[in-house]
Design a protein around this ligand. Structure first.
Ligand code: FAD
Length: 354
């Protein structure tokens, strides 16, 4: 749009246990992507972003998306499952509806309880590597003329004529700033926006060749359990260690992170073994014969807003915020970022404004 842009942010930490800087929610290889969401806002931004995956990949030369489909599954009278079917019909999102017997045939490795219903999105759904998507977006931005500044913003001060961003490498002067620092956003701004940052744990299961073959073709899964549990499952994904891991998340507990120090301590701790034990119980309940060779536990965080929608809008004349992904903002980060850019230029969506 003709503006000079600088992207300021540090690289991903290489050793969580020793890192004393910033952490983020996207340091991983698997995030579910899907067009379907029972809230129209999320469905709209998901679809807008998915439609641009090919363009971002072509512009950057970085591949980050696997269209393996997404399966939404749960008891046929569950409110979320009913809403999923209703939204698919209303928004005309192609979806295959299956009852318990059909699910058992279509996905033979799953244990399907009687009365289960499943909606399968075969297209425009699957998983992305959020880490590689960020890389792709960064390369595309740089090729488009953005300056990449690999450092931490220590503070932001605003005057009548501009904004000064203080960094360890000196001050950066700008006309306007968009603050999109994930769980660190409120602590960087020194201002509450009503966010709640939660500690999250994921369990990863390393698979051997036989299991990889047996589960090949597995989709991403969003599960709604009869007791209110909502685990999500990533299909076997190749990680940078050369191994293939199946990942499960969906914490049964909510631990709040109330400061930058809390975030650091949480990530340095490596996550919760007891949450991982519960996740392991849930994966074996759903894929009973899963034979894994190793389990790993990893920490993460999610940032929730009061509205359940991301917070994107101005805090002052020159400072705009785009944060509060509500655990759902990897797949649609491209459209949320675009809305952040527009908000900085004065085009604000009131339902997202802080
Ligand atoms: C376990 C887990 C599973 C998830 N699963 C899914 C999923 O299946 N699908 C989905 O769509 N979403 C999923 N999410 C949510 C998604 O990952 C987040 O919503 C998304 O990463 C939020 O993006 P963000 O840019 O707001 O924050 P982040 O991804 O945290 O990025 C913030 C960036 O800001 C940087 N930063 C912080 N402080 C500063 C500073 N002072 N100066 C400069 N830079 C700074 C950080 O280094 C980081 O790079 C999941 C999240 C978790 C934790």
């Amino acid at each position: 749009m003709g503006h000079d842009v600088a992207l300021i942010g540090p690289d991903e930490p290489t050793d969580f246990a020793r890192h004393d800087g910033m952490f983020g929610s996207h340091f991983d290889e698997g995030r579910i992507t899907r067009s379907l969401d029972s809230h129209p806002f999320w469905s709209t931004v998901n679809r807008a972003s998915i439609a641009r995956y090919g363009e971002i990949s072509a512009q950057s030369g970085v591949d980050f998306y696997r269209e393996v489909g997404a399966l939404h599954i749960g008891p046929n009278n569950d409110a979320d499952i009913l809403a999923t079917g209703k939204t698919a019909a209303e928004l005309d999102i192609p979806c295959e509806a299956y009852d318990a017997d059909q699910l058992g045939e279509r996905f033979p490795y799953l244990r399907i309880a009687a009365g289960t219903k499943g909606y399968f999105e075969p297209r425009n759904a699957g998983y992305i590597s959020p880490r590689r998507l960020v890389r792709a977006q960064t390369v595309a931005a740089e090729r488009g003329g953005a300056q990449i500044v690999n450092t931490i913003a220590l503070g932001i001060s605003e005057s009548a004529t501009g904004v000064t961003i203080r960094t360890g490498e000196g001050d950066i002067e700008a006309a306007r700033v968009l603050v999109a620092a994930g769980g660190h956003t409120e602590f960087l701004l020194g201002q509450s926006l009503g966010f709640t940052v939660y500690a999250r744990t994921v369990a990863l299961f390393r698979l051997g060749t036989t299991e990889m073959q047996r589960l090949s073709g597995m989709p991403s899964m969003r599960c709604f359990g009869p007791k209110g549990e909502t685990p999500y499952i990533l299909p076997p994904v190749l990680y940078p260690d050369g191994q293939t891991w199946l990942k499960l998340g969906g914490d049964p507990v909510d631990i709040r992170l109330e400061s930058g120090a809390d975030i650091q301590n949480w990530f340095r701790s490596g996550g919760s073994d007891s949450v991982a034990d519960e996740l392991q119980r849930q994966i074996l309940d759903r894929i009973p014969a899963l034979a894994f060779e190793e389990r790993r536990v990893a920490p993460c965080m999610t940032t929730f807003t009061r509205s359940g929608l991301p917070c994107i809008g101005p805090l002052s004349a020159r400072v705009t915020v785009a944060s509060g992904g509500c655990g759902a903002a990897a797949k649609c980060s491209d459209e949320l970022g675009r809305l952040g850019g527009l908000a900085m230029l004065g085009e604000v969506r009131q339902e997202l404004a802080p």
